[in-house]
Write a protein that binds this ligand. Structure first.
Ligand code: HEC
Length: 173
């Protein structure tokens, strides 16, 4: 019995050491065929949809539904409304999820234009006179930091309300 107890104690005390061995081993070799360094996403040449899944879906979800519990607004069927109010076009580039993503300016422009497709996330919320974003436009807008994000967004939502646009962004206010 005492032996068993002692064995138990040894096991309990050595468990953390066993776990510690699970920490990545700096001398570990790459899996065969996977030796080359990772390509940064800005150079990887993935499709727009893949870029969205890698850089945005973690918060906005795959289909742009968002999550009120995580303060992430719904883009699906709504995001195009920002283009109907003054300042909204700039806002969409300058939100941190966009401007601070690892994507380059051309990729961000493509992503925005992809979001704004009638058969895409924005759907019917896109204004009829939609002008696609260009890489040059994104370059200029992206460089300007937005200082008061909630205030700016609040004003845009207010301007939408004044136009009679239903605020279906999934946020409860
Ligand atoms: C870490 C979570 C997170 C990631 C990653 C993220 N976003 Fe966001 N996004 C938000 C939140 C939260 C908001 C609401 C405004 C704010 O607080 O930034 C938002 C706002 C937006 C908006 C403005 C719409 C609105 O209703 O305010 C757009 C457009 C947008 N995100 C697109 C993207 C795209 C495209 C990507 C990927 C390149 C991305 N976001 C990555 C969390 C995220």
């Amino acid at each position: 019995m005492r032996k068993l107890l002692f064995l138990g104690l040894v096991c309990a005390l050595s468990a953390p050491l066993a776990f510690a061995r699970a920490i990545p081993d700096p001398h570990q070799k790459h899996a065969p065929g996977n030796e080359s360094p990772q390509t940064p996403i800005a150079q990887a040449g993935y499709s727009v949809g893949v870029n969205y899944q890698l850089q945005c879906a973690g918060c906005h979800l795959s289909d742009g539904t968002g999550s009120a519990a995580n303060d992430t607004p719904r883009m699906k069927g709504f995001v195009g409304n920002f283009l109907k109010v003054p300042g909204g076009r700039e806002f969409l580039v300058r939100v941190p999820g966009m401007s601070q993503s690892a994507l380059n300016n051309a990729q961000l422009a493509d992503l925005l234009n992809w979001l704004m497709r009638k058969d895409g996330m924005a759907g019917d919320s896109v204004p009829a006179d939609y002008q696609p974003y260009t890489a040059e436009e994104v370059t200029t807008l992206r460089a300007k930091t937005m200082l008061n994000l909630p205030g700016t967004r609040g004003e845009l939502i207010k301007a939408m309300r004044a136009q009679g646009i239903a605020i279906e962004d999934g946020m409860n206010y």
